[in-house]
Design a protein around this ligand. Sequence first.
Ligand code: EPU
Length: 418
Amino acid sequence: MDRIMVEKSPPLKGNVRISGAKNAALPILAASLLGTEDIILEDVPKLKDVEIMCEVLTSLGSKVDYLDEGVIRINSAGISNYETSYELMSKMRASFLVMGPLLTRMGKTKNSMPGGCAIGTRPIDLHLKGFRALGATIDIDHGNIGAYTEKLVGDKIYLDFPSVGATENIMMAATMAEGETIIDNAAMEPEIVDLSNFLNKLGADIKGAGTSTIRIKGVKKLGGARHSIIPDRIEAGTFMVAAAITGGDVVIENVINSHVKPIIAKLKEAGCTVEEGIDSIRVIGNSELKAIDIKTLPYPGFPTDMQAQFMALMTILKGTSMVIETVFENRFMHVDELKKMGADIKIDDRSAIIKGIKQLKGAVVKASDLRAGAALVLGGLVADGITEIENVYHIDRGYDGIEAKFTGLGAVIYRKND
Ligand code: EPU
């Protein structure tokens, strides 16, 4: 099992290029099942989750070729299978995103039920509500979910919560449904906009992505396209916090500034200097940063995927900070690990109170999920001694070349294989 070792590092300095967004690449790869001609995707991050999604596509009959660094060609003209295996589904929840595309392309799909995970129970009721509204029959049996239909017909769907995955799955299913589908209270994340742009390049007719109402007019067939994945706003945010926590001076390149507005605002509130370029952001930290409060919300609110990393920062800010997590019911798994490093944190239901301390201490800690792992790396950069992070496969799911990127900024971080 790999471990990531992080030593107390000097203030980070230099430039770091952000990779394509995991959470845009995964639904776009799933959406590639809809096209019947060649699809070329660029700026695809090199991640375990991307590898798994490509395996899912291959298992369904798509041809997937890695052409170059970050470039993948997919051809789904000949897909024949409509079932994903339990093995692949259990490796990654996002595999469930193939349901919408398969339902509209094949008229049927069968997958095993994605389980809960460390950050919460993560139900899929909203995805299924959408499929039913479009005319699918849902059949849940022995842990498998089947969806079947003679034909899909557009309808008005109101989401009780603006779920990212449900918005994506329903949007994909609706691309070839008869008539118009309207999704109300849709998620507005940039990854939804990227998916919509990609689907429109394939020939879909989608309007309104990025607002809370998305209108999809069904078309008969989707073709091929070339598309570049948007930069990963969460990876960008993680390096922005790294600059802040180490009192460094880092230029984050390949970032869409409007996607990281809440992160910029909160770093400025803590006392960092943030300079915005056209597609770059410079973050300069200092030793006098003060406590801040955050409340996670769907986009354009503060992203839940940055909550753990900000909590790592809060452990050493002057004063008492507060975090309210409203998106997932159990996303505080990093708290016990940060406490092993000496952090002073108390949890009450969905709130955490963090009293800033002078110095974290290195410890042996476990990454419970991807962003929790990133928080431990950030804590390790400023902790006395060595921080040894176990279960790093979580980190590899979502950070492309994390050690190389941090090392390039002067951090002391390396991998150890037992
Ligand atoms: N929810 C329901 N019913 C549903 C779907 C969701 O109640 O049918 C609830 C969830 O339980 C959760 C909330 O809605 O409490 C938000 O879930 P959402 O569906 O928006 O999340 P997701 O699509 O499963 C994506 C990202 C997550 C990110 C969330 C929120 C991907 C592949 N994953 O998950 O990313 O945290 O949106 O922004 O896009 C990560 O990258 O570390 C990560 C966990």
